[in-house]
Design a protein around this ligand. Structure first.
Ligand code: MTE
Ligand code: MO
Length: 402
């Protein structure tokens, strides 16, 4: 529940029209090195996207903005100004809340077209803190390299999402047909090239009806910005954000499999290990996130004082459940880390820390390894796949003692 006295009306009606000024390519402000193996690794940063600051520009239009890793040093909630942005196609740069409708149709008793007020009144309002992570997060670090947006690890963020349950919105459209299999979402964005597929995604019925899958209008107590999908987006805690459709305009109950492009052709993961060049192997859609963890107190190549204690800090997330444990691992050794409180529930970032009593020499290739409460553990070696999806290999750094 929201602590602040933000009513659903204030959130939606108060937002009125959201618009996005075009960013100026001219005023790129600095460069950041993403450390991508073999390069090119430098990316510009810009202050020029509205509501954003210090973001790494992967692409201007449609926008792809990445958070510098330093953002994650602070807290377990990522500020909206540093929340990564990803659009497959161009999104409208202005959306009028009063005119917006969400069509709910397909295999339902009574197809409806809902206003924002009707959606906000569909059921209990609730807030859930959850990690929003692109399925391609960290893809640029793949070795061998793969095609697609060359993200470092900054295509992730943790935020508090506020809205109503998807199942309460579905209920406004009458009875769901007994043969219903999936629920598909579309937004207002349209392909830039003729004949290209629209970005639509679907989840199985049991996921759609979950207690915590939202039609959300707020992110960290602010109305969703245009970049994050004003006025409404889907939130599926624990699942990669490819399913978190923004600028939601259509909800469709399907009775069969979903053969649309972004379900049947892409965002899929091999069912067994593959090597570069392999073809025609079976795949399944990318769905739930595996656990990940990061060191934020130090970066690769940092110096630590020889003979002194050193405190390492960072954060972890369990993926589709909570974090069970985090270990610092070196070459042939491991030490359990102290976990911070699970302050925001199982789907959020969680802090860890560890003090080593005395630095005896270089800390070569150290990393942290998270295990989640369902028993999934981060692997030692990259599970390579041709699209670089679902990276969760232990990320290693070396600290020099002197
Ligand atoms: N309408 C729409 N929703 C979308 C997308 C899109 O292209 N269009 N991209 C998805 C993908 S792949 C990601 S990673 C997340 C990014 O969410 P964010 O920009 O709020 O961080 O939005 C998802 N929802
Ligand atoms: Mo994504």
């Amino acid at each position: 529940m929201t602590e602040r006295a933000l009513t659903r009306r204030a959130l939606i009606a108060g937002a009125g029209t959201a618009a996005l000024a075009a960013p100026a390519v001219a005023s790129l402000s600095g460069m950041i090195d993403l450390g991508l193996p073999g390069g090119p690794s430098l990316r510009p940063t810009t202050p020029d996207f509205p509501g954003k600051s210090g973001m790494i520009v992967q692409r201007i239009r449609p926008p792809l903005l990445e958070a510098p890793m330093a953002v994650f040093r602070e807290g377990t909630i990522t500020p909206n100004a540093q929340h990564f942005v990803r659009w497959n196609w161009a999104m409208p740069t202005e959306v009028k809340a009063g005119a917006h409708r969400v069509a709910v149709g397909g295999a339902v008793g009574k197809p409806v077209s809902l206003t924002l007020d009707q959606i906000a009144a569909a059921g209990e309002q609730l807030s859930i803190v959850a990690v929003n992570q692109c399925a391609g997060n960290g893809r640029g670090l793949s070795q061998p390299r793969v095609t697609g947006t060359q993200w470092g690890n900054g295509a992730m963020a943790c935020a508090k999402w506020t809205g109503v349950r998807l199942r309460d919105v579905l209920a406004l459209a009458g009875d769901i047909a007994p043969q219903a299999r999936r629920v598909r979402f579309a937004g207002l964005d349209v392909p830039l090239t003729d004949g290209a597929p629209q970005f639509i995604k679907s989840v199985p019925m049991d996921i759609a009806l979950r207690d915590d899958v939202l039609v959300a209008w707020a992110m960290n107590d602010e109305p969703l910005s245009i970049l994050h999908g004003f006025p409404l987006r889907i939130v599926v805690p624990g699942w990669f954000s490819t399913y978190w459709v923004k600028m939601l305009s259509t909800i469709e109950v399907l009775t069969g499999e979903d053969e649309s492009h972004y379900m049947a052709e892409t965002y899929r993961f091999p069912t067994a290990p593959v090597a570069p060049g392999d073809k025609d192997f079976p795949t399944v859609p990318i769905t739930a996130m595996p656990p990940r963890s990061f060191i934020t107190s130090h970066a690769d190549g940092d110096t630590v004082a020889l003979g002194e204690p050193v405190t390492l800090e960072g954060f972890a997330f369990g993926g589709d459940c909570g974090v069970e444990r985090v270990d610092l691992v070196g070459k042939g050794w491991e030490i359990p880390c102290e976990l911070g409180p699970q302050e925001h529930g199982p789907y959020a970032f969680r802090r860890w820390r560890l003090t080593l009593p005395q630095v005896a020499g270089d800390l070569a290739e150290i990393g942290v390894r998270a295990a989640n409460t369902k028993g999934a553990v981060q692997p030692d070696a990259l599970v390579w796949n041709p699209s670089g999806y679902a990276r969760n290999v232990i990320e290693r750094i070396t600290l020099r003692a002197s």
